[in-house]
Design a binder for this molecule. Structure first.
Ligand code: ZN
Length: 241
């Protein structure tokens, strides 16, 4: 089975639609979503509608829970906090209820799915270093955990006590090894590449592929400006940071 794993869409409808068209070309049969469906972008309802119709499961991200008042915006920078408040005021109540009900952790096909870290999903920590990855791998039993949150696609591969980090486009899972894989961000990439990012997972071949998809960045930027959201949220899309 081919699974498309999407994360950190951040209410960017242009990026999501381009990614979904690509997933269809690639023959995706299932869609998993690792959270941060909303926050930052100008189309929270339209994006939630698409995700609700397509993705199962979807786990909660910090921006999803911030928009519906389920987690504090204390650790958000002021632009992110403003965007969370804007999002809360511009969504249909039933979509906010859907965000509120999202679980923190799911399992599918022997894979753990979580937005931030498996050890403490509601603390919204970042897993960026090899030492963090080694600790996080003690917190789950599955061969693989898929995460988002940092908006930087990449993978930690563990063999005994040895962990290495790779940003290779393709990865084939090997028996006896364990994986913590960040699928990157559909709607706000932060690795200096403006193209939308997602992951294709072939559950039969145990093969992972990081995919990049160009989309209409200018249109997404225009909508952010027109909505009165902070201009920095528009400019960073073109820079991919
Ligand atoms: Zn995010």
């Amino acid at each position: 089975m081919i699974v498309a794993v999407l994360s950190d869409i951040h209410a960017n409808l242009e990026a999501l639609e381009s990614v979904l068209a690509d997933c269809e070309r690639e023959g995706a049969e299932q869609y998993w979503c690792l959270g941060d469906v909303v926050g930052y972008g100008a189309d929270p309802d339209a994006v939630v509608d698409r995700v609700r119709a397509l993705c199962a499961p979807t786990v909660a991200g910090n921006h999803d829970w911030a928009a519906c008042g389920q987690t504090s915006t204390r650790h958000f920078n002021r632009h992110a906090a403003y965007a969370a408040e804007w999002t809360a005021n511009h969504m249909r109540p039933e979509n906010l209820d859907w965000l509120r009900a999202l679980p923190l952790i799911e399992r599918r096909e022997g894979v753990l799915l979580v937005h931030a870290t498996p050890s403490d999903p509601a603390a919204w920590h970042y897993c960026m270093q090899v030492d963090d990855a080694l600790d996080e791998m003690e917190a789950f039993r599955e061969d693989m955990c898929l995460i988002g949150h940092s908006h930087v696609p990449g993978a930690f591969e563990r063999h005994d006590e040895d962990v290495r980090y790779t940003r290779a486009e393709e990865l084939v899972m090997r028996p006896g090894r364990r994986y913590l894989v960040n699928v990157g961000s559909v709607g706000q990439p932060r690795d200096k590449d403006a193209r939308a990012a997602y992951l294709l997972f072939d559950t039969v071949e145990n093969r992972l592929r990081h995919v990049r998809v160009p989309y209409n960045v200018a249109r997404a930027q225009e909508k952010i400006i027109a909505a009165g959201l902070p201009p920095w949220l528009a400019s960073r899309l073109a820079a991919g940071d």
